[in-house]
Design a binder for this molecule. Structure first.
Ligand SMILES: Cc1cc2nc3c(=O)[nH]c(=O)nc-3n(C[C@H](O)[C@H](O)[C@H](O)COP(=O)(O)OP(=O)(O)OC[C@H]3O[C@@H](n4cnc5c(N)ncnc54)[C@H](O)[C@@H]3O)c2cc1C
Length: 467
């Protein structure tokens, strides 16, 4: 159940915002508020925001936080709302601060290989801006054409090439953050090495808007890598595909992409995009190299025998960059393709990479036990899988009961294998019950102490991450 209890003096807050920030875009219309009620977790209960503030600069954010504190109205930070854990979903009577108009790339620094940006810039736009200057920003969530850098920082987003270049946190050198008491702190900058004091950047990145509002970020970029060499390997069983992932990890090769799709997903993608995939294969791996010149081909030549030894029945190379892009796009659109089949509920478990075969076996068994179709795809090179359960549109209520039971078993199985209940989407509002079970009471107490120290009045995204 979502709380309908409203905290603070909302009407007084709105009057104060209008008086202090007359230039600010403030959405109070019922339709706009409703549009900001949910992120991509439409199935989770969510509250109706009091209003949606759309600031254009840090000074406006500071004033909003100050006024919310004064009137005791909680704040929900929001990027594009593509999140999959309910992190930016509305809280009844709270102020949602949407960063979508803080969408300027501020500086591209070739000498230091950094880009400094506001949080509302869409990931794909940031990539395009640096690419125009011969540079590459690596983190690439499959939602990169819509999600924002602020949301990526909020969730510590991963993506398809994180197996080689790391997740969002690994790209962050500097942050500007508005804290819960409306002070502005600047953390880090352009130093590649900097160990002065506690590491606050890794703490804030991934905190899902519960510890501070990020208003600027300085991110690592690198020279644009050469076009990728792309290979597909098809397997007769899920387990042999999992074995190939474990083998590739052991081999020490460094592919830039190592993604998996199971048969259910292959068929869904092929039905929608007609890529000519092997629909009889139980699983497929997409393996790519971005090493320069011949080295890319050589890396794939090293990967091929690993796949064959694991049991691959067919290995093919993309004929040209266009075909490679179609295949990559097919993988990125896996979730949307599965949505054609019913109500798709994407999960996000992670396991140590050597445990992928066992996790894939467990997913199959869980789906069978609960009588739910499942398509599994994901960032296999990172051990991060997205089993996506398909609920019947005609019988959603009964499917949901089965789904809840399946989710419990899924999380239990991931933890039993030394894994995590969420690899990149976050605890948010969706998985709070499992935080203590994964981390233990003592570790969650440390998290509570940090939250209390930085936000003693529980103003920022209350009830997310920590129950
Ligand atoms: C089809 C699809 C594919 C996806 N693929 C991936 C994937 O490959 N990898 C992956 O990691 N995720 C993926 N996601 C999930 C989602 O896109 C990411 O979590 C993304 O980072 C969210 O960005 P957003 O701008 O939509 O943020 P939102 O959903 O609006 O917010 C996400 C979180 O960040 C917080 N936040 C937003 N802005 C700020 C800020 N300025 N300061 C502080 N906190 C802030 C919010 O409070 C919330 O907790 C996918 C989603 C979909 C629908």
């Amino acid at each position: 159940m979502v709380s309908t209890e409203i905290r603070g003096d909302g009407p007084a807050l709105l009057r104060a915002i209008e008086a202090r920030l007359p230039e600010l875009r403030l959405l109070t219309d019922a339709v706009d508020r409703e549009a900001h009620r949910r992120d991509e977790t439409a199935y989770l209960p969510a509250g109706l925001p009091l209003a949606v503030a759309v600031p254009e600069d840090t000074a406006q954010v500071v004033e909003l936080v100050r006024l919310c504190g004064k009137h005791d109205v909680p704040i929900v930070p929001r990027g594009a709302g593509t999140g999959l854990s309910g992190g930016s979903a509305g809280i009844e009577g709270a102020l949602t601060i949407a960063f979508t108009r803080m969408n300027r790339v501020l500086e591209i620094d070739h000498e230091n290989l950094t880009v400094t940006t506001q949080p509302g810039v869409v990931n794909a736009d940031l990539k395009a801006a640096v690419a125009a200057e011969g540079l590459f920003y690596a983190p690439d969530p499959a939602s990169y054409e819509t999600c924002t850098i602020g949301g990526n920082l909020g969730t510590n987003a991963g993506g398809l090439c994180c197996v080689k270049y790391g997740v969002t946190r690994d790209a962050v050198l500097g942050l500007e953050v508005v804290m819960a008491d409306a002070t502005v702190v600047r953390l880090g900058g352009k130093n590649v090495k900097d160990v002065a004091g506690y590491g606050l950047i890794p703490l804030l990145v991934g905190s899902q808007g519960t510890l501070g509002l990020m208003t600027e970020a300085t991110l690592r970029v690198r020279p644009t890598p050469p076009p990728r060499a792309t290979m597909l390997a098809f397997f007769p069983t899920l387990e042999t595909a999992g074995g190939a992932v474990a083998g590739l990890t052991r081999s020490g090769l460094g592919p830039v992409t190592l993604e998996l799709m199971d048969q259910f997903t292959i068929r869904a993608v092929d039905d929608v995009h007609r890529l000519g995939l092997d629909r009889d294969a139980a699983a497929m791996l997409l393996v790519e190299s971005d090493l320069p010149g011949d080295a890319g081909r050589v890396e794939l030549e090293g990967a091929e025998p690993v796949c064959t030894a694991a049991g691959a029945t067919l290995v093919i190379r993309a004929a040209d960059p266009q075909e490679a892009e179609w295949l990559r796009e097919g993988r990125r659109l896996a979730f949307r393709a599965l949505e054609h089949l019913g109500v798709a509920r994407m999960e996000d478990i992670g396991v140590p990479r050597g445990r992928i075969p066992a996790m894939l076996r467990a997913i199959e068994a869980i789906a069978q036990r609960h009588g739910l179709p499942v398509g599994t795809f994901g960032h296999a090179g990172d051990g991060n899988l997205h089993p996506t359960f398909i609920l019947s549109r005609d019988d959603e209520d009964r499917s949901i009961v089965r789904l809840e039971a399946a989710r419990q078993d899924l999380y239990q199985a991931a933890l039993a294998l030394g894994g995590t209940v969420t690899g990149e989407h976050g605890i948010g509002a969706a998985r709070r019950d499992w935080l203590v079970r994964q981390r233990g009471e003592a570790a969650v107490d440390v998290m509570r102490a940090i939250k209390h120290a930085l936000d003693p009045r529980d103003l920022l995204n209350p009830g997310r991450v920590l129950a």
